[in-house]
Design a protein around this ligand. Structure first.
Ligand code: PLP
Length: 393
């Protein structure tokens, strides 16, 4: 009755457990959610055209502004090759549709963005390891070079150069996903890999979710000439075009003179939140875990000193009012045990303190007792809660 593609489709047990994170009193370090106080005030005065159908490629003025910003980064992205997306998650789906058949090799970092792995898996990708120093052994290489999700890592200038050269030499299509580049709190090489790809095949994408409002579901991509029109046709088949109303809101914000001060304000707000979280981590998890302070983005990536499977800890943590993302979920295969992704942007200082204290206590207890088998814990359901399907931003 159903397509072969969904034969391996399973609800993620993690998603099931995380479906309760909006329960009152819950501290969530799980999603990549912006701080509520950094969401823009919403003033709606929609022109009739904002309620009408629009072009598949997106609002011409918004595309022009994005094009200008991308060209300032050195990317060969004229307005005609910029497309507005319904969230950059859509870009991953379109690129996967364009390249991936069952068994197609896709080079990815390990770990990498969980929801990208889910999409590539759905189309049957066969993952190979992306190394920053060797040629990708795949027709498509997916990377998040700047403040990666989940690790927060920023690739060096040399690594970026090497990857671009390797893609050009081997004819690999580079797919650069860059939703966090504006959230920079310290020095780090951020010049896109794509800017070094003259002549090759590439897709570069970004998002308005972290800098403006994720609920508007808007992102953008630019692509090399050989790919762009195919991506537009694929988008037409999916949703005709992205919300005209959302595009109007983002266009007004982006063309407002206050946009660059909004970005500065975001960076300084999240820098303070990162530093406070770092200090709270040291207070509570020092000796229990190791981490590097991220130079940008929204996450801390922890290596536990005792490498238990953190998937087995999640249900108990949630029972005690704290949610986090088990790091094992971000590995294409062979998960590294004892890893955790903690979002620092959403919880305020008081909640972060409370949540980290609970996590530390839980880790101390598991240091004394063997962790329960993952399968048992993952089969638990959370009773009496509204079940909701969460993506993993
Ligand atoms: C690396 C990466 N790519 C894509 C997305 C999707 O973002 P959105 O669809 O909200 O633009 C996210 C969300 O957190 C992400 O971390």
């Amino acid at each position: 009755m159903f397509s072969q593609r969904i034969a391996t489709l399973r609800p993620s047990p993690i998603r099931e457990i995380l479906s309760v994170i909006d329960r009152p009193g819950m501290v969530s370090f799980a999603g990549g959610l912006p701080a509520p106080e950094m969401l823009p005030p919403l003033t709606l005065s929609a022109a009739p055209t904002s309620l009408q159908y629009g072009p598949s490629e997106g609002d011409p003025e918004l595309r022009a502004v994005v094009s200008e910003q991308l060209r300032a980064l050195g990317i060969d992205a004229p307005t005609e090759r910029v497309m507005i997306l319904s969230g950059s998650q859509q870009g991953i789906d379109l690129v996967a549709k364009l390249f991936v058949d069952p068994g197609t090799p896709v080079a990815v970092e390990s770990p990498t963005y969980l929801a990208a792995l889910q999409v590539f898996r759905l189309y049957g990708a066969d993952f190979t390891d992306l190394s920053w120093s060797a040629a990708p052994a795949a027709p498509l290489a997916y990377v998040v070079p700047t403040f990666a999700n989940p690790t927060g890592r920023c690739a060096t200038d040399h690594e970026r150069d090497t990857l671009a050269r390797a893609c050009l030499d081997t004819g690999t299509t580079l797919f650069e996903d860059d939703p966090y580049r504006e959230l920079a709190y310290g020095p780090c090489d951020r010049a896109p890999v794509t800017a070094r790809m003259r002549g090759g095949s590439w897709v570069y994408q970004g998002s308005f979710s972290k800098t403006f409002a994720p609920g508007l579901r808007l992102g953008f991509l630019a692509a090399s000439e050989d790919l762009f029109s195919r991506l537009v046709m694929l988008k037409q088949a999916v949703d005709l075009h992205s919300s005209t109303l959302s595009q109007q809101l983002v266009r007004s914000a982006l063309t407002d003179p206050s946009w660059s001060s909004r970005l500065d304000g975001l960076a300084s707000f999240y820098r303070k939140r990162r530093d406070a979280f770092d200090a709270a981590l040291r207070r509570h998890l020092g000796g229990l875990a190791e981490w590097e302070t991220p130079a940008g983005g929204l996450f801390f990536w922890l290596h536990l000193t005792r490498p238990v499977d953190t998937r087995a800890l999640l249900a108990t943590a949630i029972d005690r009012g704290v949610a986090f993302m088990p790091g094992e979920e971000f590995f294409p295969d062979n998960p590294e045990l004892g890893t955790m992704r903690l979002n620092f942007s959403h919880a305020d200082a008081e909640d972060a303190e409370r949540g980290l204290r609970v996590l530390a206590q839980l880790l101390r207890e598991t240091a004394d007792a063997p962790a329960p088998p993952v399968t048992c814990i993952m089969q638990r359901t959370v009773q009496g809660e509204r079940s909701r399907s969460w993506g993993d931003p």
